[in-house]
Design a protein around this ligand. Structure first.
Ligand code: HEM
Length: 536
């Protein structure tokens, strides 16, 4: 039952031992919080017993109130009369309610189909998954993203939660649900047949896109890579190429959040140059003995399984295989690396020293690993593109929100033409990238998979460079708009400061911008000549 107080009742609680404030209609008892308030005790006491909404808004993000909800003891005003509209429980929102607009309506703060624009790509189940994910991110992720980043790990219960929702299965399937390896009725998103939030038979690449896009609103690459980075790239090669025995042994546990997995390809001396990796797996008896190092491995500090690229044959791409190495195997050791960003994602340096791996753990055929890795690259890169563009959008949204309340020289930041110019350049790049992204995702639905490999590889490589350069631009400009607040960790500039540190975690892995731009043109020229008959 909500308690209601009058303004004069609140005013009588204005001493150091008994201090209440009103913020956005809520009454907060901050007596015990005074010594812990990061802004200091005095400033709170100055506003004791009063409505301090305006002062509060000047120094905090809205999320602070959610995080400190326990301090809220009631509301200000009269209790609603029984049976009045206010006392009735709010009706659950339906997909129809969301048909025209959804979100905060900050210009370009969400994709255009959230803001009264029509789109051929989305139907009711897309609108429902969007609402479901937004609540999850607002309530269960955003208030804690900063803490998790500082603690340099995401909590393990998050994997279970994502599994229960069906998010892990949705991400692993590359636009399809891997229905053989999880029970849809155990998930909140897909249970209930035609009545499900997303009926399993309706699931498509746009649902997966919305999941990634909405999750990325948390503004933390560390959280995103933490929960999905390893699974999103480490599991699909097994689902696609592994033996039935290997799949049954590994996939259900990972999709249920009981076990975690990562992809271990990069080495101290071989990054984008995958064909030259040196981690070696020598045949021995019933299996292999693995020796070598892996570096910058997302989720490597805690993953139970490593989908590792190893050299089983001669030099170059024809000698690479994929092996599932398990944490419990003797000779596996991992340590957390100190990176400039994505702190909570568990980036690891890994040593394999005489690790005995049974032959049953090989993924697909021996010496075919390079092909399996390449086949997964489009999926991996699109995941990066979606995240990078939403993180860029977060920078724009945060900058507009902050710039609409902060004044300099008596004028709101958004009303200074020089700052509006920055916002405009951010918006045009984000919207252009988003439209290209939707176009490519649509192609992944209508184009046969073998053709996608050939025709989409070039555009996706260019799109990756487009999205990370957009992210870099937006992170920089938003930081300038936030000024000193984006130079300190936490507080109002929390997301922008963190994203600025995370730009390189998007621009380098999965193919650096330089390699993407070159590959994108090379591949597109080849396709034009060999498939469309261009005389070049
Ligand atoms: C329920 C009441 C309040 C809570 C839970 C709260 C919480 C916080 C927190 C968590 C921070 C750290 C920065 C951040 O995360 O945003 C902070 C900073 C601050 N707060 Fe509060 N606060 C409250 C009320 C107020 C009020 C009424 C004022 C009055 C002006 C105030 C002034 C400040 C200032 C000046 C800072 C420092 C900002 C900076 O570092 O730039 N707070 N507060």
């Amino acid at each position: 039952m909500t308690a209601y107080y009058t303004e004069s009742q609140v005013a009588s609680h204005s001493s150091e031992n008994d201090c209440w404030v009103i913020i956005h209609g809520g009454v907060y008892d901050v007596s015990k919080f005074l010594p812990d308030h990061p802004g200091g005790k005095k400033i709170l006491l100055k506003h004791a017993g009063t409505d301090a909404t305006k002062q509060f808004d000047a120094f905090h993000n809205a999320g602070v109130l959610e995080k400190y909800a326990a301090l809220c003891i009631g509301k200000v005003g009269d209790a609603p009369k029984q049976g009045s509209e206010d006392s009735a429980p709010a009706a659950a929102a339906t997909a129809e309610d969301d048909q025209y607009q959804f979100g905060d309506m900050v210009p370009f703060g969400d994709p255009s189909w959230y803001q009264q624009w029509g789109s051929p790509y989305y139907k009711d189940s897309h609108r429902r998954i969007r609402r479901y994910l937004r609540q999850f991110v607002d309530n269960d992720i955003m208030p804690f993203a900063h803490e998790w980043d500082e603690a340099k790990q995401v909590p393990m219960f998050l994997f279970k939660k994502c599994a229960e929702m069906g998010i892990l299965a949705a991400i692993a399937g590359n636009g399809h649900l891997p229905l053989e390896y999880f029970d849809v009725e155990e998930t909140t998103l897909f249970r209930g047949g035609d009545q499900a939030i997303v009926p399993p038979q309706e699931f498509d690449a746009f649902h997966a896109f919305i999941i990634f896009d909405e999750l990325s609103r948390c503004g933390s690459g560390g959280v995103l890579w933490g929960i999905l980075g390893g699974l999103g790239i480490g599991l699909p090669p097994i689902i696609k190429n592994g033996s039935e025995e290997l799949k049954r042994r590994i996939v259900p546990d990972v999709l249920a959040g009981r076990k975690t997995i990562c992809l271990a390809i990069t080495e101290p001396q071989a990054g984008s140059d995958v064909a030259n990796l040196t981690c070696v797996a020598n045949e021995s008896g019933e299996g292999f003995i693995v020796n070598g190092e892996k570096k910058w491995i997302t989720n490597g500090t805690f993953a139970d399984y490593f989908t590792a690229a190893v050299r089983t044959g001669g030099d170059g791409m024809g000698g690479v295989s994929l092996l599932v190495i398990e944490r419990g195997m003797t000779g596996v050791s991992t340590r957390q690396m100190k990176c400039s960003g994505v702190w909570s994602s568990g980036t690891a340096y890994i040593n394999f020293e005489d690790v005995k791996v049974p032959r049953a753990n090989i993924v697909g055929k021996e010496n075919r690993g390079f092909k399996y890795i390449m086949n997964n690259f489009n999926h991996e890169r699109m995941g990066i593109v979606i995240q990078a563009n939403r993180l860029a959008r977060v920078c724009l949204e945060e900058a507009i929100k902050y710039g609409s309340k902060r004044k300099t020289f008596g004028v709101k930041l958004v009303n200074h033409p020089v700052l509006r110019n920055k916002l405009a350049h951010m918006a045009r790049q984000i919207e252009a990238t988003h439209a290209w992204m939707e176009n490519v995702i649509y192609q992944t639905i209508i184009m046969p998979e073998d053709l996608q490999m050939i025709k989409l590889g070039g555009p996706i490589a260019l799109l990756k460079a487009q999205s990370t350069q957009t992210l870099e631009y937006c992170a920089r400009e938003a930081s300038q708009i936030f000024g000193g607040l984006a130079y300190t960790r936490g507080g109002q500039g929390e997301k922008v400061e963190r994203i600025y540190r995370e730009v390189r975690a998007y621009a380098i892995p999965g193919g650096s911008e330089e390699i993407m731009l070159d590959l994108g043109m090379r591949q597109s020229m080849k396709v034009a000549q060999t498939m469309y008959g261009a005389k070049l």
